[in-house]
Every structure is written in C-alpha cells, then in structure tokens.
Design a protein around this ligand. Sequence first.
Ligand code: F6R
Length: 329
Amino acid sequence: MRSMVEGFPLMLKAGRLDKTTLEEAEHNRQKGIDGICLVGMGGSAIAGEICAAYLSDRSAIPVVTFQGYTLPPFVNERWAVIAVSYSGDTDETLSAFESAQSRGCPTFTFTTGGDLEKQAKGTPIQKLTTGFQPRAALPLILSGILPLLEIILNLQRTDLESAATDLERMSKDWENMPFTPKQLAKDAMGKIPLFVGWKHLTPVAYRARCQMNENAKVMAFNSELPEASHNEIEGTASCGEFPLLPVFLRSTEEDQKTRNRFEATLEIFSKNGCNPMNLELGLRSRIQESLGFTFFLDLVSIELAELRDVDPLEVKRITELKKKLRKTT
Ligand code: F6R
C-alpha cells in the first residue's frame, strides 16, 4: 500500500481517454446536457467528489455525486452519468448504472471489468489498470474523469502532468515543511482525527477520514466549514472526555471572511482543550491543493498504519460485509 500511495504523482500522469470516450464526450458537449452525475462507492467515489468540488465554481451546469442504489429522479436523459467501480462488481453502482441506462442517460464507465463492464457493453468504457486497491487508484481514476468532465463542460483543461511533477517535487521536500506525514501520524496516535475542510478541500477532508478508516483502521471524522461552526463547535465542550485531534486543512484561496472564521473556530477548539492542528502546505493552485493535501494525508494514513502495526492493504470488514449482503440477495 505504501508503494501504491507513493506512486500517486506517477498515476496522475497515466490518464488517457480512449477514442470512443472522447467522441461521446465531444458529442455531449456539442448537444448540451443539463447536468452530470458521478456514480460510485468508497474508493471509487472519491475522485468524483474531488473533481465536483474542484469544478464547482467553473461549471455552468450541476455536477453531482451519487452514492446509493437508485439515482435521484432529476437525473433524466438530459444528464450524463459517469459510473466508477474499480472491481465492477459493487451492488449500489451496478444498480444506479442500470437506472441510468433505463432512463436513457448517456453513460461513461471506468472499471477494471466485472459485471459493470458487461452491463456497459456498447457504451464508452475506460479500462482501469488492475492490481490496485480501489482507494489507491484515486489518481488513476481522477486522471481520466477530470479531463472527461472538462471536455463535456467545455472548460479549459487542467494540466495534470505539471501538477503531478509539482507533487513529486513536494514529496522530496517533506522534511523542509512545517509537518511531515510521519509527524502528523505520531500526533494522531491514540487520538481520533477530525479533518476540517473548506470548499475544494471538503472532499479532501472526507478522503483523509476514509484513508484513516481503511488504511490505519481507526475511527476518524470529517467536517466542513462554515457549516461545522454552527453545530460541531458546541461539541468541543466534550473535548476533555475524548482524545480528539482536529486537523484544519488551510487553503491559500481563503477569503478574509473564511480566514476569520477558521481562526475564531480554532481558538474555540483550543480553549476547550482540543489542541487543533493548522495544516498548511503552501501550495500555489487549487488543483495542487486538492491533490497535494490528498497525497500528504494518504501518506499520513500509511505512517499511522505502520505505527499501529496494522496492515493498510487488507479490508477484512468491507469484504465480510459484501459477502454477508451477497448471501441475502
Ligand atoms: C477498497 C475501497 C472500498 C471500495 C468500495 C467499492 O480499497 O476503497 O471503499 O472502493 O467498496 O468497491 P469498488 O471500488 O470496487 O466499486
């Protein structure tokens, strides 16, 4: 798992859309659509979440993510549906994909195979490289769906190659940064991490929580500002009872109002004894922040797994649940 995570920048450079996908994307761009729905679960969902937040103030139409069995009713034949399932065998994704097909939505599929590949036959399918854990394939999936979204939405293409090169450079220089992934993992030992994000870093905070869960096998949570300062902040009254480690993901894009809110929230967390951490990576652009924080926090989850002496790769409990559900259907 460590080498998969360390390969993050390299995987970002791998994205190539095949001819059928490109043609269908171009066709959707020309005809115009009402929205795009990204479907997928767990590790296969997160690339969509990150892309949707990254594009949120550039897209003229809604780009939504969906995790579940039946697509919401507003997703009709004027919506494009992008289904992602690394294994191609995830129940919810198969079911949502079926509803997209029955509604006549144009579809795109990213998978290594499984039933999804069979179900998507005759429509654009991007085959993903096999041999990864789905959650480790995030950069691979993102390197395909981000350009796909940008073509359909008629947006300027993000240069993922140079973002990847910057990440490679950054990872060689952890030691000169205010925190290294190992230091943050040490601080998280015996604590419950709470990742707090804003705007494009909201799904990154969620990703960090999932990576702590799945790789380091610890409970972890995530929340979002400004919303969390209207509810979660009251929970800091119990900070003395639970060993919480709040990690605030700070963006260089914060406006003055947001910065003030972060600072005031941090003060209240500190006053109540939660000892928050302000995580700043000093990255230059939104794409670098979305990917750089993700990469950094993925590494933290690996470091934490090693400190806790657990195997970051295996996901026994997810497999157990999937087996149980298969028996009941
Ligand atoms: C495993 C992982 C899980 C899976 C999820 C959906 O590494 O991250 O969250 O991604 O159970 O399975 P797939 O991705 O095969 O559709």
